[in-house]
Write a protein that binds this ligand. Sequence first.
Ligand SMILES: Cc1cc2nc3c(=O)[nH]c(=O)nc-3n(C[C@H](O)[C@H](O)[C@H](O)COP(=O)(O)OP(=O)(O)OC[C@H]3O[C@@H](n4cnc5c(N)ncnc54)[C@H](O)[C@@H]3O)c2cc1C
Length: 428
Amino acid sequence: MKKVIVIGAGLAGAECAFQLAKCGVQVDLVDIKPKEMTPAHSNKNFAELVCSNSLKNDTLEFATGLLKAELRELDSFVLRCADETKFQGGTTLTVDREKFSLLVTQKLKEQQNINIIQKEVESFDLNEPVIVCAGPLCTPKLSNFIQSITGESLYFYDAVAPIVSADSIDYDYTFFQDKNGDVTQDYVNCVLEKDEFYDFWKELVNAERVKLKEFENEKNFEACLPIEKIAMRGAETLLCGPLKPFGLSKKGKKPFAVVQLRKENAMCDSYNLVGFQTNLTFPEQRRVFGMIPALRHAEWLRLGVMHRNTYINAPKYLNHYFQLKTHQNIMFAGQISGVEGYTESIASGLMCGINMTRYLQNKPLIDFGIETCLGALGNFLEAGNPNNFQPMHINWALLKPINLPKNERNKALVKRSLNKIAELKEMI
Ligand SMILES: Cc1cc2nc3c(=O)[nH]c(=O)nc-3n(C[C@H](O)[C@H](O)[C@H](O)COP(=O)(O)OP(=O)(O)OC[C@H]3O[C@@H](n4cnc5c(N)ncnc54)[C@H](O)[C@@H]3O)c2cc1C
């Protein structure tokens, strides 16, 4: 059987390489790391979580929880590593990002069928089996090569939130609580009184932002808007968004506004500012975010940055198996394929790993079907609108509908999906 080249050892590439290797396929897993890094990557290990350390909800009440259940059922390697490095408790799958990436990297290095190569891929042979998992920050040379195949490339902007050290927070202006009202070290709530909030808001909307050079058309991704952009829509938008004190109370009193910090690792020695993705210049981040009373003396371990995200116009160029329509030996997985999110990237990597193996074995490819979250992702890529295509998180609306009242519907969707996955598992 032919060797497969997997470009990028991020969330999708790590999963994909593992699935191929597990089935006896030889893999060249090529990543530019650690000699060089994309603008958002800084960890020498693979499967780096570039922003939040949360893989979102892990209950069957949400489609993202069902997607995780499907992945576990199909023996997802990356999700297993997440489960092994997660923080206990809570309904979200939140991991220690350092331990998670280290574990993924160690396990990949142990695989006999995986040959890890450190270099930047600039182009590839269109006649060889290749899975492109170079992510939303795919290097410009490879982006240009892909553009030469498809004739066009798309992009939008996305942003990373800052991180502070725990011992630099002034806890006199905070309280520990999650949004269910439970006291926990996982979340530190930084209180702003009314005057403090409005002073902060005024400075935030007027602060200096990084000038975008490469592209004139800034396209913000609505689900991950920079905090200053949200603030520009009005103080109330901020109060109803990231600074909303909903569900929180300090000594029985609801604060006027709250900046929530979420723990970064099991030791609780650092916290990230929830919803504070930003494009402010570094000095302005220190100045403006330093107006939050609890963060007046903050030590900033990482400041927010904003990046180009690259993805292919999937409805035009890919089928629901993530294959390039013109070259079925070429697949795209992860964010560059047009799925959005950590878990979705892992999911596309798993499907490509399974189906590339079958393609090489001349077996029919597995159609995961729109009854499952996995299949719904592939279908979204194929059936989306090529004139206005934007990556999308998994959600119930992507699955084949079931005509039942909402309270019964989700349970029925879960049952139908897991039955289908059980059937497919027999075939894989
Ligand atoms: C700034 C930013 C913040 C994000 N925050 C979140 C978040 O909080 N939650 C969420 O669910 N999703 C988030 N996303 C979206 C997405 O889920 C993540 O980017 C996710 O890591 C995508 O997985 P991936 O495997 O497609 O790419 P990545 O995990 O980025 O992996 C791509 C790999 O390819 C390598 N590479 C790139 N170009 C080349 C090349 N030419 N040759 C060789 N190797 C190459 C890179 O070094 C990297 O290791 C964010 C995206 C960005 C850009």
